[in-house]
Design a protein around this ligand. Structure first.
Ligand code: ATP
Length: 245
């Protein structure tokens, strides 16, 4: 398949993965449509990190198929990864360097020259509302600003899919809301698709796509509104999994 507007941002089909005798993922299928906010819900050990590690090619799946924007992650890993931006919980930016220095370095990792990087860095920092902080050392930024800077880094190479692993972990309520609003704006204005691993149900809106992963299996692939039914999302999740997130 080629990269067309028809291909979903992410397609995972019948993916399984084992660590020795431990089945971490079993027959997982899900789709993230274009320009969609898709939440991946699961308690600790559900398999979210394993799934992200397969999408980013840290591991190769035992079986099944993963495609990013139509590009098969196993057969055409370079093309698939070029369309992927990742924000993991661990920090990707060097606190001792300025935002500009960090982003210039990461642009170079994506093969973007310093000359071409300069306008793109200005652009992504404007997108995440950090243009005035371009020459600030990363360690001087607040937690919420650092998260937004990580998102700017992930956007440098114009990915079509953003993977965010607990992107609001450790932030206060206001900073969390800012990061979430930013991601929703990127989806609406830039057409970026997002797979957002979280267990904070308040972050979801009723039309959002929701995939519930539990003990390595997909238990639901629906919308937040449908999962909540007549109750809350948290109640819907608990009825399905027997667990409190
Ligand atoms: N390298 C590994 N070796 C063996 N088992 C592993 C390994 N990594 C993960 N597992 C197991 O696979 C299952 C899924 O783990 P995974 O880390 O993907 O879950 P998770 O949903 O990301 O949880 P958390 O939110 O705690 O990170 C768990 O039972 C875990 O113990």
């Amino acid at each position: 398949m080629t990269d067309t507007a028809d291909a979903p941002a992410l397609s995972i089909a019948a993916v399984s993965h084992r660590f020795g005798s431990k089945a971490a993922l079993q027959d997982v299928s899900l789709t993230v449509p274009r320009a969609a906010f898709c939440a991946l819900l699961g308690v600790n050990g559900a398999g979210k990190t394993t799934l992200f590690s397969l999408i980013t090619r840290l591991y190769d799946s035992t079986s099944g198929r993963i495609a990013v924007a139509g590009f098969d992650a196993r057969r055409t890993p370079g093309k698939a990864l070029a369309r992927l931006g990742v924000v993991f919980q661990s920090r990707a930016l060097d606190g001792d360097l300025t935002l500009r220095q960090n982003l210039t370095y990461h642009a170079a990792l994506h093969g973007i020259s310093a000359r071409k990087a300069a306008p793109r860095i200005a652009e992504v920092l404007a997108l995440v509302d950090l243009a005035p902080q371009m020459d600030a050392r990363v360690s001087t930024l607040s937690g919420g600003q650092q998260r937004r800077a990580e998102i700017a880094r992930a956007l440098l190479h114009r990915p079509e899919l953003l993977l965010l692993d607990e992107a609001t972990a450790g932030l206060d309520v206001r900073a969390r809301a800012d990061v979430l609003a930013l991601v929703r704006r990127l989806i609406a204005q830039e057409g970026v698709s997002t797979l957002w691993a979280t267990h904070i149900f308040e972050e979801m809106e009723s039309a959002d796509h929701v995939v519930v992963l539990h003990q390595g299996r997909v238990l639901a692939d629906t919308t937040a509104g449908d999962l909540a039914g007549t109750g809350t999302l948290s109640e819907g999740f608990m009825a399905l999994t027997g667990e409190r997130a």
